[in-house]
Design a protein around this ligand. Structure first.
Ligand SMILES: Cc1ncc(COP(=O)(O)O)c(C=O)c1O
Length: 430
């Protein structure tokens, strides 16, 4: 079959349930680029949706994975120990915030979110959870139960897990309470506190599940004072705080974990995406005391902690956890945001520029902050014409997110800014 014919088989063989953003048939990836089967090169600012922290096919990761493949591809961590998984845990213990020093290895973000929720239920003996409006935690039933980034992810799947309550996320650009972040009294958190009188029986709640930068929901950065106050609320009310760092983890925010950006340690930390260096690996981390209460056989997995994924993860951590590397992420991110803000000065349809480290987005709006998904689509398509891949996010799909590899060259980010300006000029003319 020719590549052209092969490309067109997709709708014939696969359910449309998985939305596909492009129809590209890709042969290989290298660093920040993807190459189609007919040799066209695309700058990839999606990177497997925040997975390839060091871009495509980084030589050190390829080497580590191949070396492990030659020894053993799978043995199941249920049955045997192997060095790559044990070494990864030893290394991670030194790097995770606070005393989150025991782990459960899984395969995907959703599976780890479920693991975190199950751990919280198990050790607290309570079944309720609090999640946030706009949050995304995955597609399996438990993870979908705590997800609300778009109602289409929930349609036709009810009933969900019982006793899930949704609190307002601190989305300051669109504060539901009409406040300004500099002067607000965290009215959104007060709302949650009030809910404990109206709808949430506190004694039934095991955990509060929070994204430190809301990903799928629109690349929204909460104020530090909110995250600190949420920690305090959990302490005061005896609730376990779970940070879903599936998207924010592994240096994306300029610290190894976004928890370090906000200076707040959760009770349970959930990792995914970039941790596996492109292989399916995800992790639940918590304190030794809590993890040891999770008795033998209470949870399990066949593929979790796959040896190849762990070997690649270790090799990647060696590079990413270096302070110099993380500092470069912070610097590049800040410079990029400043450039985006300069573009915003000339194009008011960019309502908001926000992000941390190299996790950045722009929110496209019309007059009076009305979401403008058409403008976002126009820009995304223009980028595609210029052979740059970007994704949108947010409940109205009016946010464009930029997810370059963390080792991206600044000249490429400059190219992105330049293309954005062109796209906005072009859209003004159409
Ligand atoms: C914050 C967050 N949590 C969980 C998930 C689910 O991860 P996975 O798709 O690997 O199940 C995602 C995926 O986008 C995510 O962004």
């Amino acid at each position: 079959m020719s590549p052209e014919e092969l490309k067109n088989t997709y709708p014939e063989y696969f359910t449309p349930a998985l939305t596909k953003a492009t129809n590209l048939l890709i042969e290989r990836g290298e660093g920040p680029y993807l190459f189609t089967t007919d040799g066209e090169r695309y700058l990839d600012l999606v990177q497997g949706i925040a997975v390839n922290a060091l871009g495509h096919a980084h030589p050190a990761l390829v080497e580590a994975a191949c070396a492990q493949i030659r020894k053993m591809i799978h043995g199941s961590f249920n049955l045997i120990n192997y060095p790559s998984a044990l070494q990864l845990a030893i290394t991670l213990r030194k790097l995770t915030p606070g005393n989150l020093d025991m782990f459960f290895f899984t395969n995907t973000g959703a599976e780890s979110v479920e693991g975190g929720l199950k751990l919280a239920r198990y050790v607290s003996g309570k079944s309720g959870s609090i999640a946030f409006r706009g949050g995304f935690h995955g597609r399996t039933m438990g993870a979908a139960s705590v997800t609300s980034s778009n109602v289409s992810f929930r349609k036709h799947y009810a009933p969900f897990l019982a006793q899930i309550y949704f609190a307002p996320y601190p989305y300051c650009y669109r504060c539901s309470f009409g406040q300004q972040v500099e002067t607000c009294h965290l009215e959104c958190l007060e709302y949650l506190k009030e809910d404990f009188h109206y709808v949430i029986p506190r004694e039934n709640v095991s955990a509060v599940l929070f994204e430190l930068v809301m990903g799928e929901g629109g690349y929204i950065v909460p104020p530090e004072k909110y995250v600190k106050a949420l920690r305090q609320l959990c302490d005061d009310y005896g609730l376990l705080l779970i940070f879903d760092e599936v998207q924010t983890g592994m240096g994306r925010t300029g610290k190894l974990f976004a928890s370090d950006v906000f200076g707040v340690v959760p009770d349970i930390l959930v990792m995914g995406k970039a941790i596996g260096a492109g292989f399916p690996l995800a992790i639940v981390a918590s304190t030794k005391e809590r993890m040891e209460k999770w008795e033998s056989g209470a949870h399990g997995t066949t593929f979790g902690g796959n040896p190849v994924a762990c070997a690649a993860a270790l090799a990647q951590l060696e590079i990413i956890s270096q302070e110099k590397f993380l500092e470069s992420v912070r610097k590049k991110g800040e410079a990029f945001r400043n450039r985006l803000k300069a573009v915003q000065q000339r194009f008011p349809e960019i309502g908001d520029v926000r992000g941390v480290g190299l996790m950045n987005g722009i929110e496209l709006v019309k007059e009076g902050k009305a979401p403008d998904p058409d403008k976002a689509t126009f820009i995304r398509k223009y980028f595609m014409e210029k052979k740059i891949l970007v994704l949108s996010c947010g409940v109205f799909k009016n946010v464009i997110r930029f997810i370059p590899p963390l080792n991206v060259e600044e000249s490429l980010l400059e190219q992105v800014v330049h293309t954005l300006e062109e796209a906005l000029q072009r859209s003004a003319r159409t």
